[in-house]
Design a protein around this ligand. Structure first.
Ligand code: SF4
Ligand code: SF4
Ligand code: SF4
Ligand code: FES
Length: 607
């Protein structure tokens, strides 16, 4: 019953075979992962450990299915499709076995749904409801562990961990950072950095990709919503916000249903509704991180052109992704000198809000609280870095991820989808299309190329689009000729690709290297809303990126150096790109550290 397709060159490709699922005949590729095939055909099969694109490991036992002629139930995620298979995904036997697995998982799980950050968005809780588990069947055998709250970016509560290993696998197989693993044995098993060193001091880059895939409340972003409420309720505080590019094409997913908007459409720009929501919460002003993305382009491109002319410390590495910066600092300390000295857009805007803006409105910067709304957990870490501030004050006080923004609005009973849009505040709220595309992998390189073209040739590029740096491959390269000079660019998304580029020495072939730690860029950042089907990632991020490119297309001004608000801030305050004021406020120093030395130090401490 199987058929084999032959390519023109005679190489055998996929054989299609026939299987039967719950009595329905299906064609499927021979050897394909059964769980993926079942889900693609619309059969609902639960899972807590499977991750699309990686081999199944059979850790959670929830994807059990019945296969005719096979005595024991099988885990679909570790079963390959064979011709003639007859599968039952929802028989009484299967449902009973899954219920039993859930009971075992809940036997050592705390009854904390009332207080848990993931309540209402927890895969374990949802499965317990779906399988009618309404009380624990086994005597409770809780495992007692201390949570790890050491990191400003992440929080880990081992008691809520179901040991599915999604986090470990994303960290080792997708990001190839290998910062965490399962440690200890038996009921004491938990996820941890090596030698149970605190997360904050470990080799973790804080990219947060593990928090996106964790099915429970075990591994989450460090929750800073209470700090925002505290600031908003303090009459002495002047609380302002900034919103990152990727957030505006993501939050519509949270409030799509109330507006009757399909999640399948290219997302609209939700920024002005978020502004309205934040104003309703009590924020005094809301600014646009796209403005400071334009500012980053002015500073970074100026730095690049200067270094390029002098042939100095090439390639330049972009520095707007704090997880990538930490990755270089920890794992490739000898390459730190390649990083641009620019702060990220969030840091630049924070610095301007506490200087230029504070002077304009006549408010003591010590009274200003800057809250950033970011798609990223690493931005929380970045804001806490002592070098990103002045006079003992951070540039940015609190960072909320997209997920925390959703919770903040829910706590206040505000649905921004129903509010009248409100514009960003001036003068740090105007942005160009170049600033918008920062949120997609390749966007920083493209925005920089648009302005570099102008700086080198005195002309704006035509067309404005640099298609070669767009796309979804982990590594894209392009050589752009500006006035007869070739500029060799590489764009990397995901830390696995970054590691390969640095380890192989291939980075030396380029002049400009953009790296975003999260695969796909900030649109799929570690602080972003989790997709509907938790294990199937990628497509939603591509839609978000398409939303950013649509914003770019619609903008009247699409080049950072043409932004009148940017021109004004240089004229009134900063002087020229690269000036001493610009250096003092908008640039910093990144520090080589050695992840392996950190581990060795912990080992020594432990004797
Ligand atoms: S992780 Fe899920 S099941 Fe566990 S307490 Fe939190 S919401 Fe409840
Ligand atoms: S935040 Fe990133 S680097 Fe850190 S443990 Fe999670 S996946 Fe690994
Ligand atoms: S922390 Fe979350 S993702 Fe990691 S093993 Fe535990 S439950 Fe799974
Ligand atoms: S065992 Fe198959 S999804 Fe967990």
């Amino acid at each position: 019953m199987s058929e084999t397709s032959l390519h023109a060159n005679g190489v055998t490709s996929v054989s299609m075979v026939t299987i039967k699922v719950n009595g329905q005949v299906l064609r499927a590729p021979e050897g394909a992962n059964l769980l993926t095939v079942l889900r693609q055909a619309g059969f609902s099969v639960p899972s807590l450990c499977y991750l699309e694109g990686l081999p199944g490991i059979g850790a959670c036992r929830l994807c059990l299915v019945e296969i005719a002629g096979v005595p024991k139930l099988q885990t679909a995620c570790t079963t390959a499709v064979r011709d003639g298979m007859e599968i039952y995904t929802n028989s009484a036997r299967v449902r009973e076995a899954r219920r039993e697995v859930l009971q075992l998982l809940l036997g050592d799980h705390p009854n904390e749904c009332l207080f848990c950050q993931r309540s209402g968005d927890c895969e374990l809780q949802a499965l317990a409801a779906e399988y009618g588990v309404r009380q624990k069947q086994y005597e409770e055998m809780l495992r007692h562990f201390e949570p790890d709250l050491s990191s400003p970016a992440l929080a880990y509560d081992p008691e809520k961990c179901v040991l599915c290993q999604r986090c470990v696998r994303v960290c080792s197989e997708v990001q190839e950072v290998n910062a965490i693993s399962l440690v200890r044995r038996g009921i004491k098993t938990k996820v941890s950095p090596p030698f149970e060193m605190p997360w904050a001091e470990s080799g973790c880059t804080f990219c947060g990709q593990c928090t996106v895939v964790c099915p429970t409340g075990a591994l989450t972003e460090h929750d800073d919503t209470a700090r925002v409420w505290q600031a908003l309720n303090d009459p002495d505080r002047y609380v302002v916000a900034q919103i990152a590019p990727a957030v505006r094409v993501t939050m519509g997913e949270a409030w799509a249903d109330s507006r009757g908007v399909s999640r399948d459409e290219i997302p609209e720009d939700f920024s002005e509704r978020i502004v309205a929501g934040l104003k309703a919460l009590g924020f005094r002003a809301v600014f646009d991180t796209q403005f400071s993305a334009d500012l980053t382009i002015m500073e970074e491109t100026h730095e690049f052109v200067e270094r390029f002319k002098r042939g100095e410390r090439l390639p330049i590495f972009t520095s707007c992704c704090p997880a990538w910066v930490r990755f270089v600092e920890l794992y490739f300390p000898e390459q730190v000198e390649h990083l641009s000295s620019c702060k990220s857009p969030q840091g630049m805007l924070g610095a301007l809000l506490k200087t230029y803006y504070a002077q304009k409105i006549g408010v003591d910067p010590a009274r200003i609280t800057v809250v950033s709304i970011m798609p990223c957990t690493a931005k929380k870490f970045e804001a806490s870095r002592p070098e990103l501030g002045r006079d003992g004050r951070p540039d940015v006080d609190i960072v909320l991820t997209s997920r925390e923004l959703e919770r903040l609005m829910a706590q206040a009973g505000i649905d921004p989808g129903k509010l009248e849009p409100q514009p960003f505040d001036s003068p740090l709220g105007e942005s160009t299309g170049a600033g918008a595309i920062f949120g997609a992998s390749g966007g920083v390189a493209e925005a920089a190329l648009r302005t570099a073209y102008y700086l080198v040739s005195g002309k704006d590029p035509a067309p404005l689009e640099f298609e070669a740096v767009r796309g979804w491959d982990n590594l894209r390269t392009a050589t752009i000729t500006i006035d007869g000079t070739a500029v060799r660019c590489a764009v990397v998304s995901g830390l696995a690709g970054a590691r390969r580029l640095l380890e192989s020495g291939e980075y030396k072939q380029y002049d400009f290297v953009e790296v975003m730690a999260c695969p796909g860029g900030c649109v799929d950042g570690g602080g972003q809303l989790r997709p509907e089907v938790k294990a199937a990632r990628g497509l939603h991020a591509q839609k978000r990126a398409a939303g950013l490119y649509a914003i770019d297309q619609k903008k009247e001004i699409r080049l950072s150096h043409r932004n009148p608000a940017i021109q004004k801030v240089y004229a009134e305050f900063l002087g020229e790109p690269g000036s001493s004021t610009a250096h003092h406020l908008l640039h910093t120093h990144y520090q080589p550290q050695d992840a392996y030395e950190l581990v060795a130090a912990t080992r020594e401490k432990e004797g």
